[in-house]
Design a protein around this ligand. Structure first.
Ligand SMILES: [Cu+2]
Length: 491
């Protein structure tokens, strides 16, 4: 560090380009997982939105009790008049192997903020829960080479058949039975064949033009995440400018709503995932945000920015910045930081314990079953105090017993999950408001209020792909934010 570096901050600047990743509510993790109460029944819901819209979403509902008679599911817009008038719901099918598991499939017709209403009926009455599901077209599906070859062959056969039929008509339609076509008839046939060929070629060319136009208008419809550009100011401020690269449904950068108390949640990680910050920038203008950075060592960093639009659509914006050493300000409020302890992070069944600053530890409570791709799993963690007993000083951290951040080693997957699931709180609240409007259901309380919180927090989530992940689990204890880090592998 040079002399001027001793000042409050010598931050050099770095610009940043948003990384070309498919993003949605999370990055690389479009499935929605929810742990909720549908009236008297606890349900674990998984919704797998289609990659292509219109498309079919897979829905799985795992109930906790055997007295559930039936489960009905229906897709509806999250907001607007459509959120009040549910079409006839579909009956979910009870699994033959597990009577507590119900599955179904739903057509999602347009891109945007949707919800899946899950209505549970059983011997203890009925209950409904709204699962916010953003449907963002992620890709254009490719036709398989075999199907392409088969269809091309059939098209050539069909065209050739049509031409030869018309040529034969021109040649032989005017002849008496048994008469052999003479030179004039053959000439008529050739003319008819030539005209038919021209018409067929024109029809195929028009079809191709129409198909290409449809495909390019769909390509514009494919979701494009927001961009963010960043700069580190000499006084240690990080500025973020969120920009809309253009996407078909009207999207704004001035309609963000607070999600657990903050308009923006900013996660900064080092590429090795040995440093982690969870910060909350302030809005300074349309799409403009600013964060006073804490102490940040020289290096390259990646950032994940969580925002929720007033429509209920949440987005995670990705970016990066580079900085020389920043001697920033102390962390305040809900902001928190973590860096890997010198002993490293040890993970593996039976040895998942992360040290905490008060000499307590956070333990990943898991069985020996391996993690599987996309499978809803309860990630459960227990906080022990310095004496090794379950901690009794847990408090709500931003309204929730805990926050878990799942990041893949290659940073292509990022998800911010709560004990209630992977849907953002702000979207859940919009869903519940629409539910109350329809069924006058009582407001649900996600913030487990009370004097003492249990020492155990669970997060329903499914890791979306094979690979190595780091899980950051954050809880608040006696006014301090504790972070435990764990490594996980999906084979
Ligand atoms: Cu959170």
């Amino acid at each position: 560090m040079n002399a001027s570096g001793r000042r409050l901050a010598i931050a050099a600047i770095a610009t940043l380009v948003a990384l070309p990743r498919t993003a949605s509510a999370h990055v690389g993790s479009p499935d929605v997982f929810l742990d909720a109460q549908a009236g008297p029944y606890r349900v674990l819901v998984t919704v797998r939105p289609p990659r292509v819209i219109p498309g079919v979403a897979g829905v799985e509902i795992l109930t906790s009790s055997t007295d559930v008679r039936e489960v009905r599911i229906v897709p509806m817009p999250l907001t607007g008049p459509g959120a009040q008038f549910a079409p006839a719901p579909d009956l979910a099918t009870r699994s033959r192997d597990d009577p507590k598991l119900f599955t179904g499939q739903l057509w999602m017709m347009t891109a945007g903020a949707w919800q899946v209403r899950v209505a549970v009926d059983g011997s203890r009455g009925s209950g409904t829960v709204a699962v916010p599901v953003p449907t963002l077209p992620q890709a254009t599906l490719d036709m398989s080479p075999t199907l392409r070859a088969l269809l091309s062959g059939l098209m050539v056969l069909l065209c050739a058949g049509l031409v030869s039929i018309i040529a034969a008509l021109g040649r032989e339609a005017g002849l008496a039975a048994g008469e052999t076509p003479g030179p004039r008839a053959r000439r008529r046939g050739r003319i008819a064949g030539a005209i038919a060929t021209l018409v067929v070629v024109a029809v195929v060319a028009l079809g191709n033009w129409w198909w290409t136009a449809e495909a390019s208008s769909y390509a514009r419809y494919v979701y494009k995440p927001l961009d963010v550009s960043t700069a580190v100011m000499p006084d240690g401020r990080l500025t973020l400018a969120v920009r809309d690269p253009g996407w078909i449904p009207l999207r704004r950068t001035d309609d963000f709503v607070a999600d657990h108390g903050h308009l923006m949640h900013l996660f900064i990680v080092s590429p090795a995932l040995d440093r982690f910050w969870h910060l909350h920038p302030d809005e300074t203008g349309n799409g403009a945000f600013e964060q006073r950075l804490p102490n940040v060592p020289r290096g390259e960093y990646e950032l994940f920015v969580d925002v929720v639009h007033s429509t209920g659509i949440s987005e995670t914006v990705t970016g990066r910045f580079a900085a020389s050493e920043i001697l920033g300000s102390a962390l305040t409020g809900d902001d928190s930081a973590w860096s890997e302890p010198s002993s490293g992070v040890t993970s593996g069944v039976g040895m998942d314990a992360a040290p905490l600053p008060d000499h307590g530890r956070m333990v990943w409570v898991r069985d020996s079953r391996p993690l599987t791709v996309g499978q809803l799993t309860m990630f459960t963690f227990r906080v022990d105090d310095a004496a090794g007993r379950p901690a009794t000083d847990l408090e709500l951290y931003m309204g929730m017993p805990g926050h878990a951040i799942f990041v893949s080693r290659d940073r292509r997957v990022f998800a911010h999950v709560h004990p209630s699931g992977s849907a953002p709180m702000a979207a859940m609240q919009i869903g519940e408001r629409s539910l109350r409007g329809a069924a006058r259901a009582p407001e649900q309380d996600h913030t487990h209020r009370g004097d003492s919180l249990p020492a155990v927090v669970s997060f329903p989530f499914g890791l979306p792909a094979r690979g190595d992940y780091r899980i950051f689990v954050q809880v608040k204890r006696s006014g301090r934010i504790d972070t435990g880090a764990f490594d996980a592998r999906v084979e």
